[in-house]
Ligand binder design. Structure first.
Ligand SMILES: Nc1ncnc2c1ncn2[C@@H]1O[C@H](COP(=O)(O)OP(=O)(O)O)[C@@H](O)[C@H]1O
Ligand SMILES: [Mg+2]
Length: 259
């Protein structure tokens, strides 16, 4: 279970007002502004918002890669700021950069992460076998990941995120750049995680993606939660007939509506 309460994060950025400005000035960019929501076990929760809404920043704070400026977040009761080792053990994370070790084979990438998570070598190897089988990676398993297609890389990255069998899974735009078949298999995988009772939080800027999968949708825009509820609650609250229309009304723009 993920509990987020009034989470905030701002970045100080340097900018030159004009080409002729002698010095850069600094400005505060508020990326996440008092975000609160809860994501439950056995459910898929979608974090939906246009580019720049604050999705990645929120997920990075949950995965302990960034320290929140204010507010709190807990993963199964463990605080992301003060109990980082506990949080990291219970989380599987697919970040927005899906960097793999390109000299290592798919199998080695997965097993290596198992070792980093503290699995013994035979256990990491067994788990890699299992994930290769579940994700249909057998034909690729012994190839170095250099030269893998986007969908193939995504599968390996997902396997790597799941190697220690985490209870909570954070996926940052897991279907970005995937073709229809790869998107379908990613959806199947996410449904499988839900059926196994996992808590899945995934971000997307595509309404249809979220609508197809989620039990609960948290819509964020410019760092703020503008809606939090089930798809039918979104429809009821907006008085619109389609989720697309409801989304456009909530964020006041059509940005990010379509793939
Ligand atoms: N490291 C950073 N330094 C400066 N600004 C950042 C940084 N990370 C994110 N931002 C800014 O914070 C806002 C939210 O970004 P992000 O969380 O990546 O959005 P999303 O993932 O929803 O597209 C954007 O305005 C972005 O430019
Ligand atoms: Mg992002």
């Amino acid at each position: 279970m993920i509990e987020v309460c009034d989470l905030c994060k701002a970045f100080t950025v340097r900018e030159r007002r004009s080409t002729f400005a002698l010095r850069a000035s600094t400005r505060n960019v508020v990326a996440v502004d008092r975000v609160s929501f809860t994501a439950h076990d056995g459910e898929v929760t979608g974090l939906l918002g246009p580019n720049g809404a604050g999705k990645t920043t929120t997920l990075r704070m949950l995965s302990t890669l960034l320290t929140p400026d204010a507010g709190q977040a807990r993963i199964d009761g463990a605080d992301v700021a003060s109990e980082q080792p506990r949080v990291r053990r219970s989380l599987g994370v697919l970040g927005d950069a899906k960097g793999l070790y390109w000299r290592l084979s798919a199998r080695e990438n997965i097993a290596y992460f198992g070792r980093l998570h503290g699995l013994a070598a035979p256990q990491a190897a067994r788990r890699a076998d299992q994930l290769i089988d579940e994700l249909g990676l057998a034909a690729l398993a012994e190839r170095p990941t250099q030269g893998f297609s986007q969908g193939e890389r995504m599968k390996v990255a997902i396997a790597r995120a799941l190697v220690h069998n985490p209870q909570t899974v954070l996926l940052d735009e897991p279907t970005n750049g995937l073709d229809i078949m790869a998107t379908r298999s990613m959806r199947e995988l996410i449904r499988g995680l839900r059926a196994a009772g996992k808590c899945v939080l995934f971000s997307s800027h595509i309404m249809q993606e979220v609508a197809a999968l989620c039990d609960r949708i948290v819509i964020i825009d410019r760092g703020r939660v503008v809606f939090n509820g089930t798809p039918s609650e979104i429809l009821a609250a907006s008085g619109k007939r389609s989720l697309e229309d409801a989304f456009v009304q909530l964020i006041g723009s059509e940005e990010g509506l379509f793939a």
